[in-house]
Design a binder for this molecule. Sequence first.
Ligand code: FUB
Length: 359
Amino acid sequence: MALAACQGQDGTEVPAAASDEPISEDGRSYLSQPLVSEIYTADPSAHVFDGKIYVYPSHDIDAGIGDDDLGNQYAMRDYRVLRMDRIGGPVTIGPVALDVDQVPWASQQMWAPDAAYKDGTYYLYFPARDKTKDKNGLGAFRIGVATSDNPMGPFKPEPNYIPGSFSMDPAVFTDDDGTSYMYFGGIWGGQLQRWKDGVYDPNGSDTDLMQDDQPAIPAKVVRMAPDMKTFAEPVRDAVIVDEKGDPILGGDHDRRFFEAAWVFKRNGKYYFTYSTGDTHYVNYAIGDSPYGPFTYKGHILEPVQGWTSHHSIVEWDGKWWLFYHDTQLSGKNHLRNVKVTELKFNPDGTIPTINPFTD
Ligand code: FUB
């Protein structure tokens, strides 16, 4: 099987992946192969910086914790950046770019990150639990920022989380005028349901609000201040509506937002893309403003192997690419591997759904 060539940039030994079988457990062939197999990687946020492709993934590890609805099994502690000169070419695995022990406010669970660039500085945005204790003895998710003059890091964290930030899965989109917006949030283990009216309830629900006939809990969007380290305004809702303009309902699990927001712009339209969590789709909705509302359009990616689905979309060399993950290498939900495949558009701007298997 042709895996992309890999190397540990810092020369350290990294554990070999358990398996790289090209056929899934139920006999299906994977559409694409893992970008790296030396470490487990997930939640790939891809960017083009200075003509190269950089992927900011979660770095999955096995902490020996069983699956639960809080996501305790996703016990990641650090970040490592992937770099490639071209898609399909060799992938360099960077050294540790940021470790949880370097972040004064964070206790655990360095989940899906993103990155941005402005005026010579690279910004790494990352969620982690703070040091408070909820009813489960766990911290509240907050979003931090760290900076570097190198896209591979190492990144120096700010001493506190971004004021006013909460929940997880930050994704920063920079518009044509240079204004950046952060999209963030996730329900269930991501805790959005605990932030009703902007106040955190440490005894709040671990899963949904169980309000199936009410508008779904939306992702959040906020304009970044020019310093890229703070919010410029109060956080807003990024609402997904149906073709009639009505908000998608909480009970509509095939269409409602769960986590993994990612926004890109094409032909003047803002594409808000996201995961549906327990129904395992990556979906998209289109709007005329970075704040939305976004009108639901369909699935981008059918369910992959593994519980989570998390992606990014980037234009490179005249084509659009979907970075995503599955569990091909491990067969375990919390030990994932990132992949990439081309994303196409129909003439009307809609997206043909991608099947992560070829049969
Ligand atoms: O990787 C941990 C969490 O799993 C992410 O933050 C979610 O998006 C899901 O992929």
